[in-house]
Write a protein that binds this ligand. Structure first.
Ligand SMILES: *Cc1c(COP(=O)(O)O)cnc(C)c1O
Length: 372
């Protein structure tokens, strides 16, 4: 099977974000810059409209990054000092940081079998101070939102989504960001819809939250330049919005390709005893995954990672291998045994728009060779 003795399959090829559609991007750059349309112009409005359409939500609000978006969403929904927000420990520190800077207290719990928040553990983490559940729609998959919604109703909790990794991912036909009061989307370059730097959006369906977010992202300034509330400066650049508008028009194709790559991995690696693959596409039809990441559980993970590196294959351990509850300097003291065990095995394989089918087969060949 092994055709090339040595291949280079990088985990992510940053220049490719630009190179794939260089001509189009140069045209957009020239167009927007020539007009001097840099802050909150028609390109931003267009993008917000297209994004809301794509996710089937009432509103999309462009912001400087997904982390800001989450924080402003929590503020807009009225999270107050010492309110507890339940999150998964398998997420970016951004999720917890957004809760912290809204005044709340992030409460991490274990990740479950699908690596997303363990819905079975949510109830036992609820206290009299709990105000919200904020699942991370990790790796381009939406959590079991029926169970989460049921718990939220029972205890009168709000739902927010860290859907930074999940633009276009669906649960029972509903796109990430639409299950609670809102969700963030990240346009960090390595995200499925990446821009040329930082960028983000908030998806929401609530008029009041929308109005607040529009104020919050622009110094609290209303239409008449009157300042109505304390706000931040967290706008999505008009130029980035113009690039993203183009990216969104190519997005469906990108997702299809990602799902095709994931299928090759599933078929080639699903039979190995040493590896647990992510949930498959036909395993539970309630889920439509966009594969922001292809995250496996691997025996002898560190040696596998080194072996792949020696053979030209780039891999990545998400969050540098640190779950939220492990950050003692931030005051986390909880032990989450299951997540700690899981984090010794997690590894992300290359899945991006520059790899060929051949590259993926080479990665699989190398993994099989390692375990032989
Ligand atoms: C990327 C990411 C973020 C942060 O997004 P930014 O746009 O970089 O702020 C938050 N949460 C998760 C799960 C992410 O993957």
């Amino acid at each position: 099977m092994i055709k090339n003795k040595f291949k280079d399959v990088p985990f992510f090829d940053y220049p490719s974000v630009y190179k794939r559609h260089k001509k189009e991007f140069l045209r957009i750059f020239n167009d927007v810059c020539s007009k001097g349309a840099f802050i909150m112009q028609s390109e931003l409005l267009d993008f917000e409209k297209n994004l809301a359409n794509y996710t089937n939500s009432k509103y999309a609000i462009g912001v400087a990054n997904a982390t800001d978006g989450l924080q402003m969403l929590l503020l807009a929904a009225g999270i107050k000092p010492y309110d507890e927000v339940i999150i998964s420990s398998h997420t970016m520190i951004a999720t917890a940081g957004a809760v912290h800077f809204s005044g709340g207290i992030p409460v991490p719990i274990n990740a479950g079998k699908d690596h997303l928040i363990d819905v079975e553990e949510i109830e036992s983490a609820i206290t009299s101070k709990t105000k919200a559940i904020m699942p991370t729609q990790l790796n381009g998959r939406v959590a079991d939102m029926d169970s989460i919604t049921k718990i939220a109703r029972k205890y009168d909790l709000m739902i927010f989504e860290d859907s930074a990794q999940a633009l276009g991912a669906k649960y029972k036909g509903v796109s990430a960001g639409n299950f609670g009061l809102g969700g963030c989307i990240s346009f960090y370059p390595a995200k499925v819809l990446g821009c040329f730097g930082d960028g983000g959006a908030v998806i929401c369906n609530d008029d009041e939250i929308y109005e607040k977010l529009i104020l919050l992202r622009d110094h609290g300034r209303g239409k008449s330049s009157d300042v109505e509330i304390w706000g931040l400066n967290s706008r999505l650049d008009n130029l980035q919005a113009a690039f993203l508008n183009f990216g969104l028009s190519q997005y469906e194709k990108a997702i299809n390709r990602r799902r095709a790559i994931a299928k090759i991995y599933d078929e080639r690696l699903g039979t190995l005893d040493e590896i647990v693959i992510p949930p498959t596409q036909n395993g539970d039809l309630n889920h439509f995954d966009i594969y922001q990441n292809y995250e496996i559980e691997a025996n002898d993970r560190d040696n596998l990672k080194s072996f792949l590196k020696e053979n030209g294959v780039g891999t990545l351990v998400q969050w540098g291998g640190f779950p939220i509850h492990s950050f003692e300097k931030l005051g986390f003291t909880k032990q989450l045994e299951h997540t700690e065990k899981l984090f010794k095995k997690l590894l992300m394989l290359p899945l991006n728009l520059t790899v060929t089918d051949n590259d993926i087969h080479y990665v699989c060949d190398m993994i099989k060779k390692f375990y032989q």
